[in-house]
Design a protein around this ligand. Structure first.
Ligand SMILES: [Zn+2]
Length: 332
């Protein structure tokens, strides 16, 4: 235990009380790479940072699995300093790196899985990053994307170029985006196979066997606001069905892809998620979940801080100021 732990716990009881005034901090993680990856964002949480996070969280917070936490939030029986851990997308390192660290602290987490990329698939953002990692030229001709010739001679230039390509393709229609990424991979790494970064079916089943929760996250990770409502319904329903077949029961909690209320999803998608049988859903709006929150648009917090004390301060500040998260409202 660190010297400041009692102080943090006392502050935590004040700003994140339990009972009917209960607050639930829900953390979002994505990839947990083994080492610092120069091509990922500087906010990345690698194995070492993740391990530090779990260490200080185990000391300063009451970490609950999300289904239990949501039930207790609804009943007004949350403990003070309540916190849940979630991962988005279904990255393989969640299983190989994060799971053993979670287990060493006796923690349970929820994994929101995008079924369309399990096993040997790759999400578009990763195709871009891995294309540049694999590229052995000094520059890439991306005139066809309106980006001219981008430098890729070292990790710094690859990182900058990857961000430019991400910005150019992120909001393209799904098929156009897939085609652009396939063309990029062929230009950057001709003849090579894409690396495998996502969990296998068996790893998903293993997570469940270890007491972890699987949640829905769509089949192909579309920005829901950019596709028609029927396609959104099919994508969300297909994901739920596949995950149910994979783990033997239907997932009950959903995470909106990209997850920014209004910009990435609207109230019609909130309605859809409810109709399709989910009991709750999380967004990526920053904040802390309280009894008065929309159960289908619960806010989360993505921690990036490497220093454990500063991480706790960040989370306490979020619990103090994040009670009114952004949501997509019914305008009909
Ligand atoms: Zn996602």
């Amino acid at each position: 235990m660190t010297a400041v732990t009692p102080l943090f716990r006392a502050a935590g009881r004040l700003v994140s009380p339990g009972g009917t005034k209960g607050k639930l901090t829900i953390l979002t993680y994505h990839r947990v790479p083994p080492d610092i990856d120069p091509l990922l964002s500087s906010d990345q949480v690698n194995a070492q940072k993740f391990s530090k996070h779990m260490g200080i969280l185990a000391e300063c917070f009451n970490v609950l699995c999300l289904p239990e936490a949501l039930e207790r939030l609804a009943r007004g029986t949350l403990p003070s300093r309540a916190l849940s851990i979630t991962f988005d997308d279904g990255y393989r390192d969640n299983y190989t790196i994060a799971l053993p660290i979670l287990q060493s602290h006796g923690m349970k987490a929820t994994f929101f899985v995008c079924s369309g990329y399990l096993n040997d698939g790759l999400m578009f953002n990763d195709v871009i990053i891995e294309s540049l990692r694999a590229c052995q030229s000094t520059q890439l001709d991306l005139c066809w994307l309106g980006l001219g010739h981008l430098p890729v001679h070292d990790m710094t230039s690859k990182h900058v170029s990857a961000q430019k390509i991400l910005g150019a393709v992120k909001y393209l229609p799904f098929l156009e985006r897939e085609q652009a990424c396939a063309r990029l991979w062929q230009a950057a790494a001709p003849g090579k196979e894409l690396p495998r970064l996502m969990m296998t079916d068996d790893q998903i089943r293993q997570l469940v066997a270890h007491g972890m929760t699987i949640g829905g996250h769509t089949h192909t990770h579309p920005i829901l606001n950019r596709i028609d409502l029927d396609s959104a319904r099919q994508d969300i329903a297909h994901n739920r069905q596949l995950l149910a077949t994979l783990v033997g029961h239907e997932p009950l909690i959903f995470a909106y892809p990209n997850g920014r209320p209004v910009r990435d999803y609207g109230h019609e998608h909130v309605q859809l998620v409810m109709e399709l049988g989910y009991h709750a859903a999380v967004s990526t709006a920053w904040g802390v979940a309280t009894h008065s929150c929309d159960r289908y648009q619960l806010p989360r917090f993505a921690p990036w801080e490497g220093n454990p004390r500063r991480l706790v301060m960040q989370l306490l500040r979020n619990a103090m100021t994040g009670q009114h998260p952004l949501t997509a409202r019914n305008v009909g």
